[in-house]
Design a protein. Sequence first.
Length: 207
Amino acid sequence: MQKFTTLTATAAPMDLINIDTDMIIPKQFLKTIKRTGLGKNLFDEMRYNADGSEIKDFVLNQDVYRNAQIIVAGDNFGCGSSREHAPWALLDFGIRCVIAPSFADIFFNNCFKNGILPIKLDKDTVAKLMQWAKDNGGKAQLTVNLPEQTITAGNQPAIPFEVESFRKHCLLNGLDDIGLSLEKAPKIDAYESAQQSRTPWLAKKSA
């Protein structure tokens, strides 16, 4: 998993509440178990017309936000079904951080497991960042500093945010569930070796 330390990037304002996982990645794209290739279908029904052409007024189709890596959104982001394809699609598009007043629990947890930082802020602060993103477009960028747990918008005072210490550790070190297990590989190997010494008959291969 890619590490997350400090991200300076364009923020795309999505002034909507209840952006659910079917909006993020519609159900017809869930056949794959690969984590790559879903970015082109992120927000598919919001980004494209029936003929495949882009819907011009959708935020991620606008030139100033096309390469955004941060989304500022309304309440209850990631609600709906628990599909892990939703953070996969965001990450494949290039989104590394989502800022909102609240998130659906399963989506919130899945973000951390896939290298995306979801940040909860109060509604007034999110509204200010939303307006800042609208006013500045791609001309100015937000800086999200995970070690210091701050967000900086231009010359404005840094905005602090909370993140649970274990999840912060995982993001800073690029550790998903498999990575966490591999961190304990020396202890696992030592246990297996000791177990073979204690019960060598269990290690014998059948003829």
